[in-house]
Ligand binder design. Structure first.
Ligand code: ADP
Ligand code: ZN
Ligand code: ZN
Length: 803
């Protein structure tokens, strides 16, 4: 008798443990740890993951596994263990840890059906229901809803004639096509060809094709290639010389595109110096974390490519993480061009089906390199030789929902297991990483100069307060305007960057200052020009813009804040000759539009590329000679201890877009706080000075990298319930950890209310607290079990968002 331990797809505290099931004898040799199975759970069937096979259980009366969903494990031993580690370090439910490692397509989809109860025939149903069950013993719930027979069905369910069943379905199917292949040996094909009558020219052509080509081919491709009608092929199928089979094909997001092959470039002296310790670690199977600190355009990517080359030659595999949208098209191209079909790409622009197919190429060992965003860190390779994280400082590497993991930590964990190096690359390393490199925990590698010693662009900082004093009310300083005009005349290209984060356009009354807020959340509604709607980003509440102020009845109520659309409008007025491409969430939501717009810009179809965060990184176009930052300080004043760091990083990244090639570049940064050190040091390209200054600030205020953080957020519909629970939690934490730790709170969250729930928080700053993990787990256990209290408690270890 064999028993499987199964983690079931029910994310609650009570079910966050393995359940034992009997393995039916039919499946005894098939079911293994790491497979998904369908198991009965309460009244329904659900998905689960097998974690262990054993021969005994502490429980009697075990139920049986219904069936396996996989024929081979989809989580190998390493990933199962990584799941345990994720659960422990991020304090999440195990089911979330498994699900996050897999493409969304493998998550279960549940379908509700109504079927005839055992032993009941169609004839015993009331007459008007019989028609629905004539084709088969069950109908699905949607059909029942559509036909308005749900109440009738429910009556018969109560009578025991029918029953409800839940079926577990795959979300995405594999894609199959019909293909043609020979049904006989080549010798036999030859023989057939000779016996065919002389006038059967076309049939002979087909046979000749299959004598040369062994691999199957789609019917329509074959007929177009040989210029014959499909009936010719069908005749040969009828004679059993050819056969038609179904073959699985991958949905290839990059099909119809050719990537010109590139070869390794001879490295510069500094590149050679940087790559040599990495190659040494690869050769000696040594785990080591490198921080590749190189200014924009210093040739980091070539170092990545040649390190991967070495890894592939050793028969091993590589994972490359790049930040989501911004890098994908150009980065993908560089990797595909170097390694061709050995590259799988995983990013959010792909459909679920495409992602699933790319993932399976990895699982089947058909590729050697996975390039992708955060979740690609879980690529199911089994012989990893290197993990590279480009732009390692990017906050998108931290997942903000359960499991709240950081891809950098996962990378280091996996690389330890495989005894291989991790390379963290950035022009503006996170303070945490740079401090670790200073302490020699990471091995620091530097590329201090741009390729061919191209100068970094010269940066001019414009004080917008002075512009205003001089009577310029436009969002463009005189300097930026002149330079934009100059570039258009010279037929060179400009990039205009608008920092949108934390700076949404809101609706305000100019007379009394009334701001339209969400009725459920303490946050202003965001203006959307399309449809004259306002929307809440937190709860989705929508409303139309009032025509008069609800407060003072003034008609001067309108939207504020500089959206990209508004900038585009203004450009149209002041520089009507400029051709502008706007890139923001509105213009890039359609699949492929991001890449299409960039291509148009690259082909010179526009003078100005106007956009948000998504154009800050990775663009490498030779004709860009001017970068304008419209408002450098919008992010500086967010309630976030990383706001200076983020501002510095962003300004440096944006500036890096200019003058990467022959033409020298210039940058104009507009700001209301030119004296702030993050703006000043970004202007002088001085990361080292910025680092020193910011480290002082962090030390003073007990922030990372001097202290670790853990954030507990409590929410409840009643304000007092949220406050008192947070108080209780803070007191408990205090009693469990040392006096060296700092506990801030209970304090109201920066966003005090979301979706009608009041939010309180407690922030713990600590250096070394062996008890803290257990303490936080106890708190979660306590509150997650007690769902009826209405309290929601979440814990974020190493939070990146403190709201
Ligand atoms: P980074 O990733 O550090 O921003 P890139 O890898 O994009 O820098 O390099 C900048 C430019 O220099 C690219 O156009 C790249 O092709 C080129 N480049 C990189 N390494 C070399 C080399 N060894 N020889 C010649 N050109 C190089
Ligand atoms: Zn008003
Ligand atoms: Zn809201």
């Amino acid at each position: 008798m064999k028993i499987a331990s199964v983690i079931v797809d029910v994310p609650t505290k009570q079910t966050d443990r393995p359940f034992d099931y009997l393995i039916p004898s039919d499946w005894e040799n098939i079911i293994q740890p790491g497979m998904r199975v369908i198991v009965p759970f309460g009244p329904r069937n659900i998905q689960g993951f097998v974690t262990e096979i054993k021969s005994e259980s502490d429980f009697k009366q075990l139920r049986e596994i219904v069936e396996p969903m996989d024929l081979e494990p989809i989580l190998n031993k390493e990933l199962l263990e990584l799941g345990d580690w994720l659960t422990d370090t991020t304090l999440c439910f195990k089911i979330f840890a498994y699900q996050v490692m897999l493409p969304a397509a493998l998550k279960a989809k549940y379908e509700k059906k109504v079927t005839l109860a055992a032993g009941i025939s169609v004839a015993s149903l009331p007459f008007h229901l019989q028609a629905y069950f004539e084709k088969g013993p069950s109908i699905d719930w949607d059909t029942a809803l559509k036909n308005g027979v749900v109440t009738l069905l429910q009556r018969e369910i109560a009578n025991g004639l029918l029953e409800v069943q839940y079926e577990v379905k795959e979300k995405v199917r594999k894609k199959w096509v019909k293909v043609i292949k020979p049904n006989v040996s080549s010798a036999k094909l030859m023989e057939e060809m000779n016996t065919l009558p002389a006038n059967a020219e076309k049939q002979k052509k087909v046979l000749a094709y299959f004598i040369d080509h062994l691999e199957p081919i789609e019917l329509k491709l074959l007929s177009s290639e040989l210029n014959i009608s499909s009936s010719i092929v069908k005749a040969l199928i009828q004679k059993n010389i050819l056969m038609e089979i179904e073959m699985e094909v991958y949905r290839d997001p990059y099909e119809n595109r050719t990537f010109e092959r590139t070869t390794p470039l001879p490295l510069t002296e500094s590149q050679a110096g940087a790559i040599s310790p990495i190659l040494h670690a690869i050769e000696t199977n040594k785990h080591e974390v490198f921080l590749l600190y190189g200014v924009t355009g210093s040739g980091k990517t070539e170092v990545y490519l040649q390190s991967i080359q070495e890894v592939i030659e050793k028969g091993k595999e590589a994972i490359v993480l790049v930040p989501e949208i911004s890098l994908t098209p150009q980065m993908v191209q560089r990797f595909k061009s170097r390694f061709g079909d050995l590259v799988a790409v995983l990013h959010s622009g792909l459909s679920a089906g495409e992602k699933y197919d790319e993932w399976r190429k990895i699982q089947r060992k058909e590729v050697k390199v996975a390039v992708g965003a955060r979740s690609a860190i879980f690529a199911p390779f089994e012989n990893l030789g290197i993990i590279i994280i480009d732009e390692e400082h990017e906050t998108s590497y931290k997942q903000e929902e359960m499991p709240r993991y950081h891809a950098r930590d996962v990378a280091i964990k996996r690389a330890e297991t495989y005894h291989c190096p991790v390379v963290l690359g950035s022009a503006t390393p996170s303070l945490e990483s740079f401090a670790r490199a200073q302490k020699k925990v990471y091995h620091l590698l530097s590329l201090p100069n741009r390729m061919n010693n191209h100068a970094l662009p010269s940066v001019e900082i414009i004080d917008m307060r002075e512009e205003l004093r001089d009577g310029n009310r436009s969002m463009f300083s005189r300097k930026l305007f002149d330079m934009l005009k100059d570039r258009i005349e010279k037929k060179q290209q400009s990039v205009l960057f608008l920092n949108k984060r934390g700076h949404s356009s809101f609706v305000m009354c100019r007379d009394c200052g009334y701001v339209v807020n969400c009725p459920n959340c303490d946050i202003s509604l965001t203006y959307h020009r399309a449809g004259t709607q306002m929307k809440c980003h937190y709860c989705g509440y929508e409303s139309t813009i009032p025509s008069v102020c609800p407060e003072c009845s003034s008609e001067h109520i309108r939207y504020f804040g500089t959206g990209t659309q508004k900038v585009e409008d203004e450009l149209g007025k002041i520089l009507p000759e400029a051709r502008v491409i706007r890139m923001d969430v509105d213009t890039t939501s359609r699949k492929g539009s991001h890449e299409r717009l960039l291509n148009e810009f690259q082909e010179g179809k526009a003078d100005i590329l106007l956009g948000t965060q998504m154009i800050a990184k990775g663009l490498d176009f030779p004709n860009i000679t001017l970068v304008g930052v419209l408002s450098a300080d919008t992010m500086l004043h967010l309630p976030d201890f990383r706001s200076s760091e983020k501002t510095f990083q962003l300004l440096t990244q944006v500036s890096g877009r200019a003058g990467r090639h022959q033409l020298p570049g210039e940058v104009v940064i507009q700001t209301y706080t030119p004296e702030h050190y993050s703006i000043e040091f970004a202007g002088s390209h001085n990361y080292d000075q910025f680092y020193l200054q910011e480290m002082m600030v962090r030390k003073l205020h007990h922030y990372p990298p001097f202290y670790y953080l853990a954030l507990i957020t409590v929410s409840h519909e009643q304000l007092m319930a949220a406050v008192s629970a947070t108080e209780k939690i803070a007191r408990y934490v205090r009693s469990q950890i040392s006096n060296e730790a700092v506990i801030l709170g209970p304090s109201v969250s920066p966003i005090a209310r979301i979706n009608n729930r009041y939010r309180y928080q407690c922030l713990i700053k600590y250096k070394r607290e062996p008890n803290l993990g257990g303490t936080l787990k106890t708190i979660l256990d306590q509150y997650q079990k007690d769902a009826k209290s209405g309290l929601l408690v979440s814990v974020d270890v190493n939070p990146f968002i403190l709201m």
